[in-house]
Design a protein around this ligand. Structure first.
Ligand code: PEP
Length: 244
């Protein structure tokens, strides 16, 4: 399966920095990068970044969207707005939104429906907290997140991101990554039938250039969702090369 390397810039990037980063990626990634490459900048710079990446192999996406296409929702961004700014993808259900804003599985599922209706490919994030892992519930929690967040007919991507590995410098062991990705695969098949067998499952959580090749070679790992390292062109490019 062709791998997807996706960068989540989170709430980082004023216009000049964002364009400089996009320009550095575009300079290296023309033609076939050997894997699919995506960056998800803040929505304020999404159009400018999309423009800076035009003609390169790098696609753009949003980091969240509302369930409605438009309306009285101060501060929110809708899926058609992301599409209008040049996005083809959107990250949904990131743990920073599930935990920071109380987003439920049902809300994430509605956002997935809105994204698909606007022509975006959703990346649905799932992952257990450290407490849930320590109490032996990691697989149960993640299976329930898949079951609740992924609607019938889902044809997007799932990202497994253990919460305790995000931004901490800690990564899951290879055995745990393989076990969790197998669990996600079997839940996808249970929820979606045979269609669930072909969907990409990304790993996310402190992915850095060192160790990226070994991680990306693990069974059922279809790419990576990269936070901090995606803000440094050389590091993100090294991860892309590890996938190619
Ligand atoms: C993320 O937030 O999606 C992420 C994986 O972050 P980091 O790579 O910084 O852990």
């Amino acid at each position: 399966m062709r791998q997807l390397i996706a960068g989540n810039w989170k709430m980082n990037g004023l216009r000049a920095d964002a364009i400089a980063l996009a320009t550095a990626l575009a300079a290296e990634l023309h033609g076939d990068a050997g894997c699919d490459v995506l960056v998800c900048p803040p929505s304020t710079v999404l159009a400018a970044v999309t423009e800076a990446l035009a003609g390169s192999a790098v696609m753009t996406g949003g980091q969240d969207c509302h369930t409605d296409a438009s309306g009285a929702c101060t501060g929110d961004v809708s899926a058609p707005m992301l599409r209008d700014a040049g996005a083809g993808w959107v990250i949904l259900g990131h743990s920073e939104r599930r935990l920071g804003y109380g987003e439920s599985n049902a809300l994430v599922r509605e956002k997935v429906r809105a994204a698909v209706a606007a022509g975006l490919t959703p990346i649905v994030c799932v992952g257990e907290t450290e407490q849930q892992r320590l109490s032996g519930n990691a697989e149960t929690v993640v299976a329930a997140q898949i079951d609740g967040s992924v609607p019938a007919g889902f044809a997007g991507v799932v990202a497994y991101e253990p919460v305790w590995a995000i931004g901490t410098g800690r990564t899951a062991s290879e055995d745990d990554v393989v076990a969790m990705h197998r669990c996600i695969r079997s839940q996808l098949v249970e929820t979606l039938g045979e269609a669930g067998a072909g969907l990409r499952i990304l790993y996310g959580g402190s992915v850095k250039p060192a160790g990226a090749a070994a991680l990306l070679a693990l069974p059922e790992v279809g790419g990576a969702l990269v936070g901090g390292a995606s803000l440094v062109a050389a590091d993100f490019l090294a991860i892309i090369r590890a996938a190619s």
